[in-house]
Design a protein around this ligand. Sequence first.
Ligand code: ADP
Ligand code: ASP
Ligand code: MG
Length: 394
Amino acid sequence: MKTVVLKFGGTSVGSIDRIKKVCKIIAFYKKKKNKVVVVSSAMSGVTNELVNKSKLISSNFDRAEYDALVSTGEQASCALIAGRLKHNGFKSRSWTSWQLPILTDGPHSSARISSVGIKELNIITGFQGVSNDFRITTIGRSGSDATAIMLAKFIKADECIIYTDVDGVYTTDPRQYKKAKKIKKIFYDEMLEMASLGSKVMQPTSVQDAKLNKIDIKVKSSFVSKSGTLITGSKKTFSNQIITGISSTKNDAKITIVGVKDRPGVAASIFRPLSKNLINVDMVVQNISQNGKETDLTFTIKSEDLKKTERLIKKNKSISYKKLSFDKDLSKVSIIGVGMITTPGITYRMFQALASKKINILVISTSEIKISVLISSKSVKKAVAVLHKEFKLD
Ligand code: ADP
Ligand code: ASP
Ligand code: MG
């Protein structure tokens, strides 16, 4: 008997009709005599609605109550799925995190799953767990992906399938660029970079969990029956494509601190208050000091953190500088591929392609398997199209 974990995302369970459709997919696996464990997200839009309600109650809503609140969406969708399966004559029941329990470590809203109690597994709420002191936790937005993967690990499942609203992982977001191509097989590291750099089809933490625990993931559509994408570490029969995918972000902002007194520890002094206030700093560039005394420091954050960051820098008495400048409406466009490690000239080709469309690069960052550039959000579509063509992904 094979054990399969099936995870359904928000759009897949977004209406009563969709839930009935999902139950047909579950029935298909059950009829094949598989042991089926289902993880469901909340119906699409529900979690956002709950988050908005918390903001209306308080701009500083208690984190523990936030988790208790936003975790309710999954309880509803799982009960609806279990109820429909029973209606169709299948043995079924819904389980929420504390009933199993799915134990988590770490802070509210970004906890990590540490263990799963294996009782009778059936229809299980994604996105949430329970802490050692019996509070409900959540594991970060889009966290049901990670629930599915950690369940697959703890129950030693034979297969883990992420059902979503696209039929696999594409070379770039197929809703944004029509010539995007489905990828048959992708390495964990590439998927991790793509997810972290803006391809929201998989939650980054879940890919990290899959990589650490060597769990192959299949990404498939719950809307159409088509072959999907395999996310794996196995190197068998991979194509010799240099670039595997292109990702982009929205709503980035850039801050430049001009003429900062250059002394050991100055960067730490700037970033300490940001880190304390949970502001995520992404790209960082420090210019070489002109005269050994002053330097300029540029970094990027999410636009929604801009006001807070400005306040924290202005309040920071441990640094002195000449000027602060800000830029909004920026995006990071990245090319990703393990083929980059062994192929020279990729950086040049990327910059040349962007230059041919007169796209100005503001900040650059690289790793072994990705190159990212910060550009104006206005140019993202153009940039993705020219890079997709340049690296023969069209
Ligand atoms: P779910 O609700 O099933 O978790 P998500 O909205 O989280 O679904 O993820 C699916 C969406 O990811 C797709 O609708 C698609 O627009 C987007 N997406 C972004 N980048 C990619 C990519 N490279 N390949 C496929 N989908 C992508
Ligand atoms: N419902 C949660 C969210 O919207 C978790 C998930 O969908 O995976 O973030
Ligand atoms: Mg998702």
